[in-house]
Write a protein that binds this ligand. Structure first.
Ligand code: ASP
Ligand code: MG
Length: 423
């Protein structure tokens, strides 16, 4: 039988100090003693990426995207070398590789590059030489002939994507994401005290939760795992708890139909009051936003009265200033009455693959919010998610009310069986 291959990824908080790096190295060494090959992807230490961004901002308002990627990539270079040295100190054979050395090839979009392919030759060679391979996450190098070998980064949280891409390409037996929480919970445990750790969650459910504010894993990494059938374990660096497995869930029908909930405070609501009700208006509003790369989330257009209508939508609150600038012009051009904005709103979502086959979930959600005295300002749904916009001040109350209404603290009986059966 070939030696099992495990890809592990350690996040920045797990590597924030020399002590933590030594702890991670001991953990890796322990795993290695089980007779497995290991590829370990690392994030930058602690808040290094934010600090490097801050330094660049202190130098210039508009850092050159190429230079910024060269700078940011050094964060992961640091941690990779230090983890490798910590393993050497334990008497283990290890080598650190940059993303480029590890064969991560990307397109040319600096700051948000996509992985085009992974050339696994070097990593395989180092594994063959019995080394633990430490790969700097979050980065790659371009493949295009006109600019080959330029350093790129994959967007915030991109080390998750590095890990899943390597696991897929190397055909790893396991892909483990180590972080500072024990896994994926039914809700944020800081907000909902009886939030429960989920032993298992489907890819699609994880994508919806991550997209609606749950911050444990980068969405793109989950997508990549789904497309390539890579099962991902999310676990704590600081405990031996098995954590949460993200995988296709065969038993979804037998479970609680709501798997978890997510909240997101970083939302702003924009309303164009009394815009003319005629063709082309929505395009006039949303085209400039799209051109500026501003992502629009929920959109509600009211029934028109007397040739005018109100148009509301939500965006990330960090984009509000830019959006307002663009829309002031649009409002004048369209002859709308005014532009109002509200950044004191938040999103609360329930997610579960079972929702699509069961009527009544929306009614139960709205009922629970009504009983808690919470007003719903906007609603949107996908097949497996229902989201409400509410006042930001109500978001914790809403999370607790919904968690109780759907009895998310109760263990899924199917959950235990499915975990054992899949193991
Ligand atoms: N260090 C990068 C970031 O902070 C990448 C990562 O942590 O995954 O976004
Ligand atoms: Mg991260």
């Amino acid at each position: 039988m070939p030696t099992p291959l495990i890809v592990q990824k350690y996040g920045g908080s797990s590597l924030a100090t020399a002590d933590r790096i030594r702890h991670v190295a001991r953990r890796i060494a322990r795993e290695r003693a089980n007779g497995v090959d290991l590829v370990v992807v690392v994030s930058a230490m602690g808040d290094t990426t934010d600090e490097l961004l801050g330094l660049a901002a202190a130098i210039t308002d508009e850092p050159d995207p190429r230079e910024l990627d060269m700078l940011l990539a050094t964060g992961e270079h640091q941690s990779a070398t230090l983890v490798s040295m910590a393993l050497h100190a334990l008497g283990m054979a290890a080598i650190s590789l940059t993303g480029a050395q590890a064969g991560i090839r990307t397109d040319t979009s600096h700051g948000r590059a996509r992985i085009a392919n992974v050339d696994p030759a070097r990593v395989r060679r180092e594994i063959g030489a019995d080394k633990i391979v430490i790969v700097a996450g979050f980065q790659g190098a371009t493949d295009e002939s006109h600019a080959a070998g330029e350093v790129t980064t994959l967007g915030r949280g991109g080390s998750d994507t590095t890990a899943v891409a390597l696991a897929a390409r190397l055909g790893a037996d396991r892909c483990e994401i180590y972080t500072d929480v024990e896994g994926i919970f039914t809700a944020d445990p800081r907000v909902v005290p009886d939030a429960r750790l989920l032993p298992i969650i489907g890819y699609e459910e994880m994508l919806e939760l991550a997209g609606q504010g749950a911050q444990v894993m980068q969405t793109r990494a989950v997508e990549l795992g789904w497309v390539n059938g890579v099962e991902i374990a999310v676990r704590s660096t600081f405990s031996d708890h098995p954590g949460t497995r993200i995988k296709e869930d065969p038993d979804v029908e037998q479970r609680n139909k709501v798997r978890g909930l997510a909240t997101d405070r970083h939302v702003a609501k924009v309303t164009l009051v009394a815009v003319p009700d005629r063709p082309g208006v929505a395009r006039a509003v949303f085209e400039p936003l799209a051109a500026a790369g501003i992502n629009v989330d929920m959109i509600v257009q009211n029934v028109g009265h007397a040739g005018a209508t109100d148009l509301s939508f939500t965006i990330a609150s960090t984009e509000l200033a830019r959006a307002r600038k663009l829309l002031d012009t649009v409002v004048r051009q369209l002859g709308a009455r005014e532009l109002t904005t509200d950044s004191a709103v938040a999103k609360v979502s329930i997610v579960g693959a079972g929702i699509q086959n069961a009527p009544g979930y929306a009614a139960r959600m709205f009922g629970a919010l009504a009983d808690a005295g919470i007003n719903i300002e906007m609603i949107s749904t996908s097949e497996i998610r229902i989201t409400c916009i509410i006042a930001e001040d109500d978001v914790e109350k809403a999370a607790r009310a919904l968690h109780a209404a759907f009895a998310l603290e109760r263990p899924d009986t199917a959950g235990a069986g499915a975990t054992a059966a899949a193991g």
